[in-house]
Design a binder for this molecule. Structure first.
Ligand code: ADP
Length: 208
């Protein structure tokens, strides 16, 4: 970075923007294997929060690769750059006062640590969507595992590219045992304990 670039502080800051929205901004960072359920659970949580009047934004791994990160592939270097860009965008969204959700495999611990460290203290919630590789392969909603196993997709996480599990995530979702609704309830309970939900929460009804 050039020495001539100096940070300009503006009078309207994160606190101003968040208090206009009467909410506590944060980044809820979902990580896990492909097909573990990150997008599904993040989308369901966002829907509930949005219905309850919170201002949210969901950054989804597949979607950003259509634009912001369309020039990137899946080498270790490109994955790192993908997560670096997304971390910065998540930070901007939280700075705008939004409850920001991100759904990226984000396989490397070091990259997730950077995403945490660039945010103000306490504004990063790491959610490990933990589903065994076998289960993810069976779900395979986009047919990616089948293609990776045939060698048609290279550097696919869990097949020929590593996934580094979080060591101490704020929330671990057992995505093999829990339904999507149960996973959302677990997250709502966490957000409630963390003082993010203004009026507490009613657990969603879980069908038998
Ligand atoms: P990811 O974003 O991690 O790649 P997706 O959410 O796109 O995963 O896909 C997960 C798939 O698994 C979806 O088709 C979803 O309906 C299905 N699924 C089945 N059970 C669950 C569960 N308990 N939690 C999340 N997804 C589940």
């Amino acid at each position: 970075m050039s020495n001539n670039i100096i940070w300009h502080s503006h009078p309207v800051d994160q606190q101003t923007r968040a208090s206009q929205k009467s909410q506590k901004p944060l980044v809820i960072w979902f990580t896990g294997l492909s097909a573990s359920g990150k997008s599904t659970i993040a989308g369901a949580l966002e829907q509930i929060l949005s219905h309850q009047g919170y201002h949210t934004y969901l950054l989804d791994g597949d979607n950003v690769r259509h634009g912001l990160c369309s020039d990137l592939g899946f080498s270790d270097q490109d994955r790192k750059e993908n997560i670096r860009r997304v971390s910065e965008v998540a930070k901007l969204a939280a700075d705008a006062g939004l409850i920001t959700l991100t759904a990226f495999i984000s396989p490397f611990r070091a990259d997730r640590r950077i995403a945490r460290e660039i945010l103000p203290e306490g504004q990063f919630v790491e959610v490990f969507v933990d589903a065994p590789l076998d289960v993810c392969k069976q779900r395979d909603p986009k047919g990616f595992y089948a293609r990776a196993e045939r060698g048609e997709i290279k550097q696919f996480t869990g097949i020929d590219s590593p996934y580094e599990k979080p060591e101490s995530p704020e929330v671990r979702i057992d995505a093999n045992r829990l339904s999507v609704t149960e996973a959302v309830n677990q997250l709502l309970a966490y957000l409630d304990q963390s003082g993010v939900l203004k009026a507490g929460y009613q657990p969603l009804a879980v069908s038998a």
